[in-house]
Design a protein around this ligand. Structure first.
Ligand code: ADP
Length: 165
């Protein structure tokens, strides 16, 4: 905890685009911190479907009702470095079924080795969204299917535009 007792967390991810599963983690995570930064990863080596601006725009719209959440871009290669700069003491991540565990364990352990002042905290997925991922939503949108149960209406519109339906 920082000396001024303000608890700051960061929730990093691609959010390509934000799903209701992400939003659920953000809403629950926001209750655990005084301030929660949702940090969009901007990695030049990675290819995203939506641009940084589009991902920021959709995230900002989805989070506008949560007062202590701020959406930011993370151009930093290392999440722990970004967390340190933002004075965060915790990295928040979501865990779905088995598929996330190995990767998240590896990342959390590595990040702890890099900076042991920053803890990674996991929130179990809401069972309603345990199957939900940005890629699955894009698959459905590509096939012009109904995505209204997976994303906010605003993001749904953006997906319709992207996939022409
Ligand atoms: P990344 O590319 O960093 O994995 P994502 O945007 O896919 O970025 O996910 C960001 C975080 O949100 C990860 O910790 C991921 O496990 C979590 N997450 C994604 N979808 C869900 C979901 N449906 N329920 C809970 N957590 C989720």
């Amino acid at each position: 905890m920082k000396e001024n007792n303000v608890r700051i967390g960061i929730y990093p991810g691609s959010f390509d685009p934000i799903t209701l599963g992400h939003l659920d983690v953000i809403e629950r995570g926001a209750k655990m911190f005084d301030k929660l930064y949702v940090a969009i990863a901007v990695n030049v080596r990675k290819k995203y479907t939506f641009s940084e601006e589009e991902r920021l725009d959709m995230l900002k719209d989805a989070c506008k009702h949560i007062k202590n959440v701020e959406v930011v871009s993370c151009h930093e290669d290392l999440t722990v470095e970004f967390a340190r700069k933002m004075n965060a003491t915790a990295i928040l991540r979501g865990l779905r079924a088995m598929m996330d565990f190995e990767y998240e364990l590896q990342m959390a352990s590595t990040n702890y080795e890099l900076n042991d002042n920053i803890e990674t905290i996991f929130l179990m997925t809401n069972t309603k969204y345990s199957y939900l991922s940005s890629s699955v939503v894009k698959e459905v949108a590509m096939g012009h299917g109904d995505i209204s149960k997976f994303v906010t209406p605003y993001t749904s519109n953006k997906l319709h535009k992207k996939y022409n339906y």
